[in-house]
Design a protein. Structure first.
Length: 180
């Protein structure tokens, strides 16, 4: 057995994941944790679930952070997090989910500021979640995802991932421009 063949067998251990690979299982775990976490944050904003503030308080928070139309911004952020998170978790339209969450994270990081990295006032968790979104958008959701059955997304994944991140960043920075 050559070294290259041995290395590939480690990456594609069919006994660990049925017909798939360890890589696909890893992407599934990452998608579920990050996606459902983001969807949970969105529902906290929209509906007050999981002890969240709900729309009225979230809208006031957006207004205090300098965004015009705080209630509308709360709805946009809540929907972006909820739908983007669910899309990521399901591996459904993953580039679009990544774009939505990219715009959200650009604004989160700007509001939180870059004064400290580690807790209690730092942005460590936000940076790790954002890096995970970027990684999943670029690599694609893996075999255990709805996108795996959509040939257009499966075949042009790298291009769509990069375009989605650029689009999400542009929209995220445009939203920052309207902030006082």
């Amino acid at each position: 057995m050559t070294q290259a063949r041995y290395d590939r067998s480690l990456l594609h251990d069919s006994s660990a994941a049925g017909e798939g690979s360890v890589h696909d299982v890893g992407l599934l775990v990452l998608r579920l944790v990050v996606g459902l976490s983001m969807a949970g944050h969105g529902t906290m904003k929209l509906f007050g679930w999981f002890g969240g503030p709900g729309l009225t308080a979230t809208g006031k928070g957006f207004s205090m952070a300098g965004y015009p139309a705080g209630d509308a911004m709360a709805v946009i952020a809540g929907l972006s997090e909820t739908l983007g998170g669910l899309g990521l978790a399901l591996g459904l339209l993953t580039p679009l989910a990544g774009a939505a969450l990219t715009g959200v994270f650009i604004n989160i990081l700007d509001v939180r500021g870059f004064g400290a990295y580690f807790p209690p006032k730092g942005i460590e968790l936000e940076v790790v979640l954002f890096a995970s979104v970027i990684a999943l958008t670029l690599t694609g959701p893996g075999r255990y995802a709805v996108d795996h059955y959509l040939p257009v997304l499966r075949d042009a994944r790298p291009r769509y991932g990069v375009l989605a991140l650029v689009a999400g960043a542009v929209v995220g920075f445009l939203v920052l421009l309207i902030r006082d």
